[in-house]
Design a binder for this molecule. Structure first.
Ligand SMILES: C[S@@+](CC[C@H](N)C(=O)[O-])C[C@H]1O[C@@H](n2cnc3c(N)ncnc32)[C@H](O)[C@@H]1O
Length: 258
């Protein structure tokens, strides 16, 4: 699939799904909160971004941008970016509800409309990275907009989930797909036009695409399913979460000498 086809499919998909996504997950995500993943890990507890007071941050694939609004309260100067006008409409509605406003930008994470070295930190919770065919190019683009020494933190579906069916129940406990099959998951309409794309990278692929772009990887957080957390989110459930990870959060840095 070409980059243009992928971009068009993602934009259509997220525009179409925006109301549904907010209806299903809006309450869990909150209006002003940075929740990294369906396991419920919050930045308020994890502090993966470090001290952001006075820092220039960019959130990629922000959706309704609850995380960006929370970071404003921490003293950060945040810009929130998403490909989908439908998702950004929810960001505007949530800004009106909460009274916390951040600049919203509609753009593709593969072509960021910012000058080289603009940001201290770029982050995303499940935005953009899984939905682009060429995530190597995305890593290079994030590297470009970060200042030397800047941080890149992104949460994605844990690579090992690829082998299982997208099922939160017993059916999602049996390995059925090859971990090594890098062909993307693509849905098409009746005319054969792609309507949804999700790409797979193994753990090693993720490390290699980061280091090839110039990043130094400092941590990979695999949040455990917390006791008493019963909320199912798509394929994420207490049943599966007790047995194996559903999320991987990569913490990387652009070296200060580049
Ligand atoms: C699973 S949602 C996550 C939204 C939000 N980060 C959250 O935690 O709820 C994925 C988001 O990535 C956005 N996205 C997908 N492809 C993108 C791209 N190429 N550039 C920028 N955003 C993209 C979608 O529009 C959508 O808002």
């Amino acid at each position: 699939m070409s980059g243009d086809e992928g971009r068009a499919a993602s934009r259509r998909w997220w525009d179409h799904d925006a109301d549904n996504y907010q209806e299903e997950h809006g309450a869990f995500l909150g209006d002003v909160d940075l929740v990294w993943c369906p396991e419920g890990l919050r930045e308020a507890d994890a502090r993966l971004l470090g001290d952001v007071k006075g820092a220039r941050l960019l959130e990629l694939g922000c959706g309704a941008a609850a995380g960006s609004r929370w970071l404003v309260g921490q003293g950060a100067d945040v810009t929130a970016l998403d490909l989908s006008a439908g998702m950004l409409r929810h960001a505007r509605l949530a800004a009106e509800r909460s009274g916390v406003h951040v600049p919203l930008v509609q753009a593709d994470a593969l072509a960021l409309p910012f000058r080289t070295g603009t940001f201290d930190t770029v982050h995303t919770a499940f935005g953009a990275v899984p939905f682009v065919a060429d995530s190597e190019a995305l890593m290079r683009e994030v590297f470009r907009v970060l200042r030397p020494g800047g941080a890149w933190i992104f949460a994605v579906t844990h690579p090992m989930r690829w082998v299982f069916l997208d099922d939160p129940g017993e059916g999602g406990l049996m390995a059925v797909h090859s971990y090594f099959d890098r062909r993307p998951y693509i849905e098409e309409d009746s005319a054969g036009v792609p309507t949804y794309i999700e790409a797979h990278r193994t753990f090693g692929d993720r490390v290699r695409e980061l280091t090839a772009a110039g990043f130094v990887l400092s941590d990979v957080v695999e949040p455990e399913w917390p006791p008493g957390h019963e909320e199912v989110w798509g394929q994420w459930s207490p049943l599966r979460g007790r047995l194996f990870p559903g999320t991987a959060i990569f913490v990387a840095r652009r070296p200060s000498t580049t």
